[in-house]
Design a protein around this ligand. Structure first.
Ligand code: SF4
Length: 182
């Protein structure tokens, strides 16, 4: 199904929380790291764990976590689950560019989205051969990769629960959640 044939409505969501509070109450690193370990991208993309530094040390001195979401609502029901990536792709790029721009202006640290990094197209990730990332200006970890609970984030801070598809069809909406720590 082409992108043009899918009628989509979007809703922007914003919240902010002190970073210390976010770390203390929204981070379940052991649980999310165990999920990451089962993913094919674990250790194979620069935005994915394991990281060569201590995650909490890297973020603990930021004051505020600005959480930004896009709720993506297809107008058609029962779209196939396989259409999710195609539907989300333009919004992933839009929000990533926006967060990187905010990062540049504020000197903070932005967070992108889970899933395989697609910035090198079909080329295997440079991490696989221990070479430097080809796009370090654009690659950022996701909040999940740092152990943050996005279900709790969405529910508590946006008052919108994350929802999952059933029987190989998309849920009523998809959600992208990124952040800027500053
Ligand atoms: S930009 Fe390329 S080298 Fe960097 S993490 Fe993504 S796939 Fe790997």
């Amino acid at each position: 199904m082409s992108q043009e044939t899918i009628n989509i409505q979007t809703r922007r969501l914003k919240a902010q929380i002190p970073v210390a509070n976010y770390i203390a109450n929204y981070r379940r690193s052991d649980y999310f790291l165990s999920l990451c370990c089962e993913c094919k991208n674990y250790g194979c993309r620069y935005g994915c764990p394991p990281f060569e530094y201590d995650v909490v040390d890297k973020i603990k001195d930021y004051a505020t976590a600005k959480i930004i979401g896009i709720q993506i609502i297809p107008k058609q029901a029962n779209l196939p689950l396989s259409s999710a990536q195609k539907i989300m792709h333009p919004y992933i790029k839009q929000l990533r560019d926006e967060l990187l721009q905010m990062e540049k202006q504020s000197g903070g640290l932005s967070f992108g989205f889970a899933g395989g990094c697609d910035l090198c197209g079909e080329r295997p990730c440079a991490r696989l051969t221990s070479e430097p990332c080809r796009h370090p200006d654009k690659v950022r970890p996701s909040l999940e990769a740092y152990g943050f609970d996005l279900s709790k984030t969405a529910q508590d801070l946006f008052h919108v629960p994350l929802v999952w598809g059933k029987n190989n069809t998309l849920p009523p909406y998809l959600m992208l959640i990124g952040a800027l720590f500053e």
